[in-house]
Design a protein around this ligand. Structure first.
Ligand SMILES: *Cc1c(COP(=O)(O)O)cnc(C)c1O
Length: 819
């Protein structure tokens, strides 16, 4: 059997839906919530969920892509698609959960439920690695742990499975019971409970109490007493309990943690005797996750010897897809974490989002799906590749090669990775986007190394999921129908060009804005089709602007005249944007010029005023609220004058990020989202609700011991009075690490310690004082990330986050990741 199989009639019964069925025996195997990721449309059921966007708006798109079964809540769609099965319910999310819960209850499956603040996904993946030898396991894909992710995870259960491992995460009260009813775990594992975001809860205790509801009916509960100090022992869940701790009495009482080389030895008292295990990691988070897995194995009845043997073979879990610059102008998506069909579908979606090269290639190892025969598996993969418009497949491994005939695209097959590497030159990778996806044992890291440019060890990592989170955060703040223009000027505030624009286009922002024409041209050449406004359209670039259909900001009569005359006789209704100066005094028409502007616009048939806009100078600052209101009023008056003569209604917009947060009344037709997308909003305390999108990392090149009296760097500014150790890292002011960070002002994180700079910052290098810390060449130094924030860096040198971001120079390679 593959995927669950229910007839749509059966589904209607389970959901108690008001059903309009045209083909009641049609089989439902896949649940779809996003019209862009559809595997096999004929056997999919689309749920029109409503969160930030109304899912009903995507029914048409899903229909065009071949979906014929829908769960909806809005009756007006019931008769729009006469050839479809329509199930009308009162709440589509609850219907999804109900269906998954029903499916789960059909199996008497041993199930582990995992929750906590941190480490859920790692613990889930490691338990999978540890138990796969004995069980046929179904588990949550990636970190599918939400109100939507959990039902989709549980839906994967098949009769062959002997164990389910599912994670659950919540963001508010009264969410966990629902997830508990869907997962129905007999074994509960509680991971690290952090201090982070008690948002959505009154207190830490309330948050934990809610989390523990996952285990309300559990037979066995694995936990650390350190995290449940607020609870009475008898209030803890679980008929049986198994505890672990390194600070207090527990079933597994850890007494020593000793890092040795890249590993860590743990010793503990268990059943009155001393036992040990080795973990192939040494960072704190991995050690704690390793302890949780150790406790779980023992709680499940494995002997300490078995546990040790398995823990020592754990391998790192990286859930991220990385997008890197490749050789011969290729883009490379590196995903060698897992090789199953659900993660392949996610990776193919990401590949499909890329528009920068017309050609898309997939390098794929053979996959293993338990309980699936190869013919079914590769038939499905072939359908998936065709649907995601992949142009070329390079298959590696004997099994996939045997099914070469199923793939009707350009293709090549190799028995193993070395055969591929021997034939590498003949494959002519050039100007294409390449997805590298293989099971671990195929060692695809070797392939991505061949395909990617060597990077000079200082990288800016951009978390695309965080960016999407931030986009949705602002979407939830704007009124329905208000459009979003995403500001991608200055390489998207330093984060990249087409990589970010692709993401924004995929997530359906309405407009992009760049500063200069060449930025817009680069986006067009990379396949971005969204409308793009150019804020400083230079006259010399008008021809290119028109050729690439970019939309100029018109801020003066002079630019209006010259742009108008650059248009040919054949152009008409060319989109332009009129900028009003309502108080910024940078660019734009002021009151005095409006009278001259009006008659020109009425007569210029070649032009179409797409929008009228202005910019707020202090939307985030309460002391200037009077001024902001005056700007809004002035803008309203002037834009009304313009609309009167135009006789049509252009889009009006004035709010930037902090305008969205503080001036809901000024959302007008569109908002211009800039810095908020990248994770900063001066209006929000600690950027609450936003996620960190960027991390700047560099590498230690050399470590030196200095005796007292020696000095460091130019002009001998660095002094270690008592001697000590310094580490040189590969970042300098030419990379954007400002000279003001020198002489101890700036700090970086090295091996978990915050260390100061010493001496002046050089052009390409910086020296750090690492006295007393274990550091060696090759170690990583973090300039900024979610812990060491850009806001802190900005404050230290008296600037704003915008400048820190945009200063990171183009020679620093960008790596994009997506989970
Ligand atoms: C940069 C810019 C924005 C975005 O401002 P944020 O504060 O980054 O949101 C909006 N409008 C104009 C005209 C801009 O130049």
């Amino acid at each position: 059997m593959q995927n669950p199989t229910y007839t749509v009639l059966k589904v209607a019964e389970i959901l108690n839906a008001d059903a309009k069925l045209v083909d009641e025996q049609r089989v439902v195997q896949y649940l779809v919530i996003d019209s862009r990721s559809i595997l096999i449309p004929e056997n999919s059921l689309f749920f029109a969920l409503s969160s930030h966007r109304n899912g009903h708006d995507f029914i048409e798109d899903a229909y065009i892509r071949g979906i014929r079964n829908f769960v909806i809540t809005e009756h007006k769609y019931a008769h729009k698609y006469p050839d479809c099965n329509i199930l009308i319910v009162s709440n589509a999310l609850m219907a999804l959960q109900q269906l998954a819960g029903y499916h789960r209850s059909q199996y008497n499956l041993k199930t582990i439920g995992i929750t906590g603040s941190n480490g859920k996904t790692i613990v889930k993946e490691w338990l999978y690695q540890l138990l796969a030898a004995d069980e046929n396991i179904v588990r949550s894909p990636k970190s599918y742990n939400s109100q939507i992710g959990v039902p989709l995870s549980v839906w994967q259960i098949q009769s062959e499975n002997t164990l389910g491992i599912f994670e659950a995460g919540i963001s508010g009260v009264n969410e966990m019971e629902t997830l508990a009813d869907i997962i129905q775990p007999q074994i509960g594992v509680l991971t690290n409970i952090g201090e982070a975001h008690a948002e959505g809860f009154h207190s830490k205790k309330e948050k934990l109490k809610e989390k523990l509801k996952l285990f309300k009916d559990a037979e066995l509960f694995v936990y650390s007493p350190d995290y449940v100090t607020d609870f009475n022992f008898r209030d803890l869940p679980g008929k049986k309990r198994f505890s672990w701790s390194s600070t207090r009495g527990a079933d597994l009482r850890i007494i020593a943690v000793e890092p040795i080389a890249q590993n860590c030895y743990l010793r503990a008292i268990y059943l009155d005797r001393e036992i040990e295990c080795m973990l192939p990691f040494k960072d704190r988070a991995s050690i704690e996750n390793g302890m949780i897995c150790w406790a779980t194995l023992l709680a499940l009845g494995y002997s300490p010897e078995q546990a040790d043997e398995r823990l020592e073979r754990l391998s790192p879990v990286s859930m991220r897809l990385e997008l890197k610059t490749g050789i011969n102008q290729c883009s490379v998506i590196d995903d060698s974490y897992s090789a199953d069909i659900s993660s392949l579908a996610i990776a193919l979606d990401f590949l499909n989002q890329q528009n920068q090269h017309p050609k898309k290639t997939v390098i794929l190892s053979e996959l293993f799906e338990t309980g699936r025969d190869d013919l079914h598996l590769y038939t499905e993969i072939a359908a998936l590749l065709a649907q995601k418009k992949v142009d070329r497949l390079i298959g590696i491994g004997k099994h996939i090669s045997n099914f070469a005939h199923l793939f009707n695209i350009e293709k090549a097959f190799f028995e193993d990775t070395s055969a591929f590497i021997r034939n590498f030159p003949a494959l002519h990778f050039n100007q294409e986007t390449i997805l590298v996806k293989g099971a671990r044992r195929f060692e695809f890291a070797k392939i991505s190394k061949l395909l990617t440019q060597k990077i000079h060890d200082t990288v800016l990592e951009i978390n695309l999921n965080a960016m999407v989170n931030n986009l949705q955060f602002y979407r939830s703040k704007i009124k329905p129908g208000v459009k979003i223009m995403a500001m991608v000027k200055a390489f998207s505030y330093g984060s990249g060009s087409f990589e970010v624009a692709n993401l924004l286009q995929f997530h359906k922002v309405d407009y992009l804005a760049v500063a200069y024409a060449d930025e817009g041209i680069a986006l067009r050449k990379a396949g971005i089709s969204l409308p793009i406004m150019v804020m400083s359209p230079e006259q010399s670039a008008f021809d290119a602007i028109i050729k690439y259909r970019l939309e100029p900001e018109i801020y003066s009569l002079e630019i209006l005249h010259s742009f108008n005359s650059a248009l040919s006789d054949y152009d008409f209704d060319y989109p332009i944007h009129i900028k009003i100066d309502s108080g910024m005094h940078r660019l734009g028409f002021d009151d005095a010029e409006i009278d001259q502007l009006l008659p020109i616009l009425t007569n210029a048939k070649q032009l179409k005023v797409q929008s009228i806009f202005s910019h707020l100078v202090a939307s985030g600052e309460a002391e200037h609220d009077g001024f902001t209101q005056a700007q809004i009023n002035k803008f309203t008056i002037i834009s009304n004058q313009l609309i009167d003569v135009l006789g049509y209604q252009p889009l009006l917009h004035i709010a930037n990020t902090s305008g969205i947060s503080r001036w809901p009344g000024a959302q007008l037709d569109m908002v211009r989202l800039g810095i908020g997308l990248y994770g900063f909003d001066s209006v929000l305390t600690d950027n609450r609700g936003l996620q960190t999108t960027m991390a700047l990392k560099t590498t230690v090149t050399q470590v030196k011991a200095l005796t007292s009296g020696e000095t460091v760097g130019y002009s001998r500014r660095g002094v270690l009075p008592n001697g000590g150790t310094i580490a040189t890292v590969k970042i300098g002011y030419a990379d954007g690490y400002n000279r003001s960070f020198g002489n101890g002002v700036g700090k970086m994180i090295v091996n978990g310690h915050l260390v100061p700079t010493i001496g002046s910052i050089c052009m390409d290098m910086t020296m750090l004082d690492v006295t007393g810390i274990d550091v060696k060449p090759g170690d990583e130094a973090i300039v900024f990330n979610h812990e060491r924030t850009i806001a802190q860096l900005a404050e230290q040198i008296g600037t704003i986050p915008y400048e820190i971001l945009t200063n990171v120079s183009q020679r620093v390679k960008r790596i994009y990741f997506y989970e």
